[in-house]
Design a protein around this ligand. Structure first.
Ligand SMILES: CC(C)(COP(=O)(O)OP(=O)(O)OC[C@H]1O[C@@H](n2cnc3c(N)ncnc32)[C@H](O)[C@@H]1OP(=O)(O)O)[C@@H](O)C(=O)NCCC(=O)NCCS
Length: 210
């Protein structure tokens, strides 16, 4: 999607930035991990295919993606952006006739960053962006039945189990964004700031814990 090509979302622990070609090599390294392939139900791609995938996430109107950066590390300004990458988060508009339906995916690829609240923070930030900027009214997630951490996280975020596929060994959970859910989401992400990505890159230090 073009809509977020110059958008940076600032949270407490993370900043979300558009997925650029410069992120692809690290992303590609992550996705060589059999554990991540299994947890995210992804097929391994070669580097060229990974660049094509990045382009498609960038260009296609039904896909919106951000790379998750470690905010403190990025704001310190000493590390390249690739070294600050922690994971990614995506919205995929599943129904061409109804742009209010979205599938959500989140990956905290760096094991050292898991279990610290980043998954929950990023999911809420992306849902808030999806609701306010893309008009999403219902999110679904598809999670492998073995992925108990992810299932627990989405249940904590009030997603409801709607079906289990024994064939695909996955569960589908959903949340409808009614007025109550929307109000809670906006409250929980009230600290989130939307910034100009290019400008903020040139002045990263302005994000250091204020
Ligand atoms: C699933 C994932 C996104 C969670 O992100 P995270 O940053 O580790 O999770 P958080 O620290 O925000 O914790 C969120 C919730 O997950 C659950 N959780 C986290 N770590 C857990 C663990 N080790 N055991 C059980 N539940 C756990 C808890 O319910 C937690 O909520 P709580 O802290 O309020 O109790 C992350 O572990 C991940 O990306 N894993 C690999 C890829 C993947 O599985 N992606 C999802 C594919 S659908």
């Amino acid at each position: 999607m073009k809509i977020n090509e110059n958008t940076l979302l600032e949270g407490k622990q993370v900043v979300l930035v558009p997925y650029n070609a410069e992120h692809v090599p690290r992303y590609h390294e992550w996705m060589k991990s059999p554990e991540l392939q299994q947890l995210t139900a992804s097929e391994p791609l070669n580097l060229e295919q990974e660049y094509e995938m990045q382009q498609s996430w960038r260009e296609d109107d039904d896909k919106c993606t951000f790379i998750i950066l470690d905010k403190q590390r990025w704001a310190d300004g000493n590390a390249g952006e690739e070294q600050c990458m922690v994971g990614d988060v995506n919205i995929f508009l599943t129904d061409p006739t109804d742009p209010s339906l979205a599938e959500l995916e989140v990956m905290v690829a760096e094991p050292s960053h898991r279990g610290k609240g980043i998954g929950k923070e990023v999911t809420r930030m992306m849902m808030s962006y999806g609701v306010t900027k893309l008009g999403v009214k219902q999110f679904e997630v598809k999670i492998g039945l073995d992925n108990q951490v992810s299932i627990a996280m989405f249940k904590k975020l009030h997603f409801q189990e709607v079906s289990v596929s024994k064939v695909f060994k996955e569960m589908t959970l959903e949340i409808r964004v009614d007025d109550l859910v929307r109000a809670k989401l906006l409250h929980d992400t009230a600290h989130m700031k939307e910034r100009d990505y290019g400008q903020t890159c040139r002045n990263r230090q302005e994000l250091v814990s204020k």
